[in-house]
Ligand binder design. Structure first.
Ligand SMILES: [Mg+2]
Length: 232
């Protein structure tokens, strides 16, 4: 059964369409190879685990405006390397630049991304709202051949505010000339995408690929993008 009529669909990018975890892991593998970091960092899994932990903490600081983007880019590697007893600021900065270049060229997508976007594009205007860095997000979208589906990509850098701030959703609604009551936000992050959209009066689809348990009330919850064809 189809649900209420929406006139505008907003998508998050990372972990909703772009397979952030696989792509990050591949780029970290390249970094380990290039800088001969084994056996110092033990394994790709251990290195990726430490990176993920530090990256998430630093992203949180960046989102709250407590950390500058340029610092985040190298500091996440300084802390990751220090985790394995490697204290080398110069190396951290080199890896920070390299990683950014490598990761944005990776092109793994969540299953059914193209199939579902092709289906939705025929029925709705589609937009991306992403907190990622402007130049990086556009490179990813181009590399994955995703721009054909979207009317516009709204980045937090261009909007001047990040999700979950309602201002970025209001900015996106204006760009799309859409009413919140007829709009739908599709994303993987309960705090950033789902609560953010809800606070802006927008219905939400929580893309819960890992079937994580939670207590949030969401308009829709899916485990695979393919389920969107049932809802929309
Ligand atoms: Mg995401």
């Amino acid at each position: 059964m189809k649900t209420k009529k929406y006139s505008c669909i907003f998508f998050d990018l990372d972990r909703t369409l772009w397979d952030f975890d696989t792509n990050t892991s591949e780029a970290l593998h390249d970094i380990i190879d290039k800088y001969c970091l084994l056996p110092a960092v033990m394994s790709l899994e251990k290195f990726a685990e430490a990176y993920k932990m530090h990256n998430e903490i630093l992203w949180h600081e960046y989102r709250e405006g407590r950390l500058h983007k340029e610092v985040l880019l190298w500091k996440r590697f300084r802390l990751t390397l220090e985790h394995f007893g490697i204290f080398d600021l110069k190396l951290s900065k080199k890896i920070g630049v390299d990683f950014l270049g490598l990761s944005q060229m990776k092109n793994k997508l969540l299953p059914y991304t193209h199939e579902v976007l092709a289906y939705l594009k025929k029925k709705y205007p589609l937009y991306i709202i992403t907190n990622g860095f402007e130049e990086v997000q556009f490179t990813k979208i181009e590399n994955c051949d995703l721009s054909q589906y979207f009317n516009k990509v709204i980045t937090s850098e261009a909007a001047g505010v990040q999700k979950p701030d309602p201002a970025i959703f209001e900015h996106a609604l204006q760009e799309a000339n859409a009413d919140p009551s007829e709009s739908l936000m599709i994303g993987d992050d309960l705090e950033v995408d789902i609560k953010g959209a809800r606070n802006a009066g927008i219905d939400q689809v929580y893309v819960n690929s890992d079937k994580k348990s939670h207590n949030e009330i969401v308009t829709f919850e899916i485990h695979s993008l393919l389920e969107l064809k049932r809802i929309l």
